[in-house]
Design a protein around this ligand. Sequence first.
Ligand code: ATP
Length: 429
Amino acid sequence: MKLLVIGSGGREHALAWCLAKTPGLQKVFVAPGNAGTAADRALENVAITDLDALADFAEEEKVSLTIVGPEAPLAAGIVNLFRARGLKIFGPSKEAAQLESSKDFAKRFMARHGIPTARFASFTDRASAHAYVDQQGAPIVIKADGLAAGKGVVVAMTLVEAHAALDRMLPENGACAPEGGTPTQVVVEEFLEGEEASFIVLVDGKDVLPLASSQDHKRIGDGDTGPNTGGMGAYSPALVVTPEVHARTMREIILPTVRGMAAEGIPYTGFLYAGLMIGKDGSVKTVEFNCRLGDPEAQPILMRLKSDLFMLLDHAVAGRLDQVEATWDRRVALGVVLAAANYPGAPRTGDVISGLPKGGASSEDSHVFHAGTREHEGQTVTAGGRVLCVTALGDNVKQAQKRAYNLIIGIHFDGMQYRHDIGHRAVPR
Ligand code: ATP
């Protein structure tokens, strides 16, 4: 049996690494992959990104199942294309992926189905947006509609910041967008207070299988300071997701979403990620939906998965998720992202990485997942913003932290930056 993973980040390395354990497997192809997936003998990189060419490849190689990592191919309709050609693929259709690709769609969908989220209003016109912000006051959140890799959101603590963000995101003449294009749109949201967590589930169109909970660290700097990034580290499980919060999230957010999508004629299949804001009173609100596994959440979550991932995904594609359960390692997994110089701005690339453990697995309890890396003249060099995710298991958060940070000591590239406090919220617990 052959499998195909689409993408090149740390999440895709973790997916491919996990799928490589499938009994009876011949190979996991990764398109396009990175230096880490290239170095692993069970995996094979394929230098294709064009969607039609990927479908041709899956057909020629008789790939049993394709798993899509990132949001861009989902929003571009890769699942529609594969399904139309009779190829098995795990992920939402282009229409269902709007839960992530359009914040306006997601907010209106949540309003229609009574799913708890921040109050909002959408604008294409600058003057109306400014007036609304003045009326609401700060703190307030301004979001560009569309995919922005975590960088299209401004949590404005003052009105000055909020107005500046609107000026940046909306063209001066409002709805008069470039000819033929959709007008730029912003969503202005109520500021939510609480602690964030990632709640990721598998969906087969009607049934849901929750994965282990996790918590990301979005800001670049220690103590959650500085600009937002794609994610600087994560751990699983997130203790803030108590059994009560878990039950409430399923009841108030996940199940109404899956049922609502089916009722609207766009059944959802794939990973569904709800970014939660958990209030002190135990209330749960949806910050956002993503139509994929989180990155870096995937790395610690998949290190803890004891079940056969292919078997779970295969059941999801067949609409039989109600027949399976997932089992998890009881230990904590924690991953620290090593990022390139200048990230989250345009990252510097081409820096030589030294001290990488051979094959990625330094021990049974840890793994160095690659993201923005490539081979160049016999060396592994940086090739993107987030370069590596050093992930370790431990009996508790402190032990997992210690193992991950000890591993980092041996790894080096010029300009390397990382947070020193991944898991800080869980330590006092
Ligand atoms: P990503 O690409 O990382 O998924 P995104 O561009 O979809 O991000 P959001 O997840 O909506 O953006 O927001 C990014 C971050 O901004 C959130 O994780 C949260 O920390 C903060 N944020 C967003 N909305 C709110 C809100 N209403 N109240 C408080 N904080 C918010």
